[in-house]
Design a protein. Structure first.
Length: 327
């Protein structure tokens, strides 16, 4: 049997074209390499205030996008975190086995609290790494796919596993981080030296489910340079280089091939071609997403996934409670 891998996807905000090209398409390949468990991390979405209806809609959109991109429920156990209460229960146990100092050293905690008044910092921002650790070890996962900025969370999970196993005897598998297979990095259309992300300007970021007229307008307004030559040069022509990468990734054509085809047409012609390719890709994706959302597929998958996940989660928590003296 393949080694087990687990990953949570937090249903906040919207998925960008950068996420789609740089991470999502690569991430889907893991289902053929590992025994995969993927959950909608809706408990983690509560660390900052979020409207209840927005959270529900985000969760459905996100799962529909993953399914539309190729996530296969016949290969992967897909479930909602809040449907398996053992996540929260083990999260509390891990919270009690962690130290204030190690949670204060978490990079993302330090980053997030910079713009929040110290007496108004939500407690969830501080303790969510212990819930994240519980998410991983509850399923005795061998591997966790992470970006470089998330590696510290797996390291904390490892520390908690070692500490718990030392105190109570061998209980948890020691998980290992797997640096996500990063695809091409996509940059903001307005500031092509910065990564395209939800935190960047709306006008520089393409969202997978946005109106295609808006998408086209963003691409036609993308920042370029003044020499009107379609050529890949990240230093001197970051805007055009970014558009070349986007088109190359979505058409599976080499950048050199694209440079030759659009060498003499000028930037307007090239931008229109990029817009056509992006809008065609997003239209197909959006049609699939809408088809999935309008069916009973999401509810069916989550219900089946919760049953499969709960069986493993209950066994793990039963052993944990027995060892710490609760049952």
């Amino acid at each position: 049997m393949n080694k087990r891998m687990i990953s949570g996807i937090k249903p906040t905000g919207s998925v960008t074209l950068g996420n789609y090209i740089g991470a999502l398409k690569q991430f889907i390949r893991y289902q053929d390499e590992y025994e995969m468990f993927i959950f909608l991390a809706d408990l983690h979405a509560l660390t900052l205030p979020i409207d209840a209806n927005e959270l529900k809609e985000n969760a459905r959109n996100l799962l529909a996008i993953y399914l539309a991109c190729g996530l296969n429920p016949e290969k992967v156990v897909i479930f909602r975190q809040s449907d398996v209460p053992e996540h929260a229960e083990l999260g509390y146990v891990m919270c009690c086995n962690s130290y204030m100092g190690e949670l204060q050293r978490m990079t993302q905690y330090k980053d997030k609290v910079q713009n929040i008044k110290s007496d108004n910092i939500p407690t969830g921002i501080f303790i969510y790494p212990t819930l994240m650790a519980a998410d991983i070890i509850l399923y005795q996962a061998n591997y966790v796919p992470v970006g470089i900025d998330q590696k510290q969370h797996v390291e904390l999970a490892r520390d908690l596993v070692i500490r718990f196993n030392h105190r109570y005897g061998d209980t948890f598998v020691l998980p290992e981080p797997v640096l996500s297979k990063q695809g091409a990095k996509i940059y903001s259309l307005l500031n092509p030296t910065k990564k395209m992300s939800k935190s960047e300007s709306e006008k520089g970021t393409i969202y997978l489910l946005e109106d295609l007229k808006i998408t086209r307008k963003k691409i036609m307004s993308a920042v370029t340079d003044s020499d009107n030559e379609v050529r890949y040069d990240v230093i001197n022509k970051p805007g055009i280089s970014n558009l070349l990468v986007i088109m190359s990734e979505l058409t599976n054509r080499s950048i050199e091939d694209l440079e030759k085809e659009y060498a003499t047409g000028g930037y307007g012609n090239f931008k229109k071609a990029v817009a056509d390719v992006v809008c065609n890709e997003l239209e197909k994706l959006q049609n699939k997403v809408n088809e999935i959302k309008n069916s009973d597929l999401i509810d069916k998958i989550l219900a089946e996934g919760a049953i499969k996940a709960s069986k493993i989660a209950k066994d793990t928590l039963r052993e944990v409670y027995s060892k710490i003296g609760l049952r």
